[in-house]
Design a protein around this ligand. Structure first.
Ligand code: 13P
Ligand code: SF4
Length: 329
């Protein structure tokens, strides 16, 4: 079957918007009406007029759209869960709060911030405590805003993002379970989660490229290890990385530390993947053109598949945490 032709036919016929994250396979990415990083997708999917949203990405992204706009019908060709988001649930979140309480920080003095790469149930707990969501594009602003409360920041689930922004802001940070992590002595207390794809970029990779091409620039995603981000020339979300590379003169070499599909699309620039491995996100790569077709077809057949549902309590509080972020942004 010619999946592309069929997808185009169904796009014409149905009241649907197809959304794709930059890490999606090229053939899926090319079929999307809206592409972007996780912040842009959360914002723009909400603004679409269509009843149906078919979200090509990982679970928390589709869930976030459903939370922000519960009236929309959100389907995901593959409900693939981001490995980092899976590292924390409501129980681990409660234990992290308790860790701080046991070490002398009362619950009312804790302001939780969750990276958008987390389940809606974690976002709801954060929202209930007066906290906010952030993405890699706005973490600086959100942490800055959080600090205005005078409270200690509990940052979940990505220890790298939490530490990288704390470093940029001149704040003290520690990771629960890694050495001495005294919440009274630190401003940002991080949960010990991470992205296995972004852990593939190393200091040795940067040294390798700088030795080979002394004028090369290094640009990385803030999910990379703090030692890597410290050495890089630029760090930013997926959209920010694209803008950074686009603005460079064509002869400027740049090695980029983020998911392979995105870096590969930048090839017409003088761009290298900052790794000897192929840093591919397994869950982002699960969605195929056939899955996208099957999902659209299920709408046409009035038997929708893989629909995202979030219960009312979770929507209420997770929406608070997401809306606080969108308002600050
Ligand atoms: P962005 O917020 O840059 O889209 O990143 C999401 C993500 O999952 C990166 O691994
Ligand atoms: Fe999650 Fe990492 Fe994949 Fe991003 S690249 S979706 S953080 S596993």
């Amino acid at each position: 079957m010619d999946f592309k032709a069929e997808i185009n036919r169904l796009k014409e016929k149905l009241d649907v918007t197809i959304v794709a994250h930059y890490y999606q396979r090229d053939e899926v990415f090319e079929m999307a009406d809206i592409v972007g990083d996780s912040l842009e997708l959360a914002r723009r999917a909400k603004e679409t007029k269509n009843e149906w949203i078919v979200f090509c990405g990982v679970g928390f992204m589709g869930q976030s759209v459903k939370v922000i706009a519960p009236e929309k019908r959100v389907l995901m060709p593959k409900v693939a869960c981001c490995a980092m988001a899976r590292m924390i649930d409501g129980t681990y979140f409660d234990e992290s709060v308790q860790y701080m309480v046991n070490r002398g920080v009362p619950k009312e003095d804790i302001l939780p911030i969750t990276y958008i790469n987390s389940d809606a149930s974690v976002k709801a707990k954060v929202g209930e405590m007066g906290g906010m969501v952030c993405t890699s594009a706005n973490a600086f602003k959100i942490i800055e805003k959080g600090l205005e409360s005078g409270k200690k920041i509990l940052f979940v689930p990505d220890r790298c993002l939490g530490q990288n922004f704390a470093l940029q802001m001149g704040l003290r940070s520690c990771v629960i379970g890694v050495g001495e992590c005294d919440p009274k002595e630190n401003d940002v207390i991080c949960f010990n989660g991470f992205c296995s794809v972004h852990q593939l970029f190393t200091v040795q990779d940067i040294e390798f490229y700088r030795e080979k091409y002394p004028d090369i620039l290094i640009a990385v995603h803030p999910e990379c290890d703090p030692e890597v981000v410290k050495l890089a020339d630029f760090s930013g979300s997926t959209s920010q990385l694209i803008k950074y590379v686009d603005a460079l003169p064509i002869e400027q070499k740049v090695a980029v530390g983020t998911e392979y599909n995105l870096v590969n699309r930048m090839r017409e620039k003088n761009t290298f993947v900052l790794s000897s491995a192929k840093p591919s996100c397994p869950t982002m790569n699960e969605t195929t053109l056939e899955d996208l077709y099957n999902t659209l077809k299920s709408i046409e057949d009035e038997k929708p598949i893989n629909e995202i549902f979030v219960d009312d309590h979770t929507v209420k509080y997770a929406k608070l945490a997401l809306t606080r972020m969108l308002e600050i942004n």
